[in-house]
Design a protein around this ligand. Sequence first.
Ligand SMILES: C[S@@+](CC[C@H](N)C(=O)[O-])C[C@H]1O[C@@H](n2cnc3c(N)ncnc32)[C@H](O)[C@@H]1O
Length: 342
Amino acid sequence: MARYLLLVAPSANRVYSTSAPTLLANELTVLADAYGLGVASVQPVIVAGVDYLQVDTAADLTPEQLRVVAYLSSVHALYQQVGDLLAPVELPRVEVFGSDLVTILKYQGKTNEAFTRLLLNVTAAATARPERLLDRSLSVLDPLCGRGTTLNQALAYGLDATGIDLDTKDFEVYDAFVRTYLKQGRYKHHATTGAIRIDSKVVGRRLDVELAADKDDYKAGRTQHLTVLRADTLAAPRLLRAESAHVVVTDTPYGVQHGSHGGRLDRSPLGLLDAALPGWVRVLRTGGALGLAYNRHVADPEALAEVLTRHGLTLVDRPGYDGFRHRVDAAIDRDLVVARKG
Ligand SMILES: C[S@@+](CC[C@H](N)C(=O)[O-])C[C@H]1O[C@@H](n2cnc3c(N)ncnc32)[C@H](O)[C@@H]1O
């Protein structure tokens, strides 16, 4: 039996305010279950006036288990309780790129970075092979990628990432950002931009980048791949190979900054999801998982669950997955849902 205290990152406290410890506790519950951390209990505690998450485990965490803890979206520091004292425990670095990759771009409508990381983590944990996140063989698709928060988090983890967004400005800003980031950081890469054609008609533009954080990896061909398609997400099955993504992770239009394109400005993303899901499910691997962030003010959870199951997905309701609802502001009551293919 061992007892650990997790200090929640102050940035998470600012964004989620009072929900941060609960969100982290549920994320830990999900990851502990998927990766076998032997966690007996997780609960918020106050020690000497400071908020922590108290985690009791069956035994001391091994280096592999500490690596899983380091993936959590908002851990500031980890301590092990020894008698009355707290001993600092070093967490390994799991990112191959600096966190600036995810944080530099700032814009209205950006999905919160910590929540994006949490969504990616709990979606990967729901797949048939969660260890793909840790061994970096997980491929990530964000079919409504905006300016790439999910893509950048996936790249920072050392994963391959594909994004689709209809918005020309988002595509141009992201294209310029990635090229500048890689050039200024002197990361080896090869980037090309070109037209997307379907039946010899131009339907959008694409950015393809092969990259590596380490130059020896690049030379040896151990590279990551980033593809961004400026196209309608409804074209996904015509633009991407079937069964090519292990996870589909996205933040649906909130009906605040964004509307679902396709003729009219729609406050609810349910119509867009209903139309897009057949294609997304086709591109998702069997055993893979889809994770959606959504605003409860514009999408009813039961209606969303109905749409997902109607398209052949199975909702994941393991412990922790129902504990991510939180208030962002008066207009956004945010939640997430994760569903499995097969
Ligand atoms: C909530 S935003 C995603 C923000 C993104 N996670 C980020 O941090 O930059 C939803 C995105 O869906 C895109 N979108 C809406 N309808 C679409 C469609 N039919 N095809 C492709 N993209 C679409 C919007 O352009 C918008 O960028």
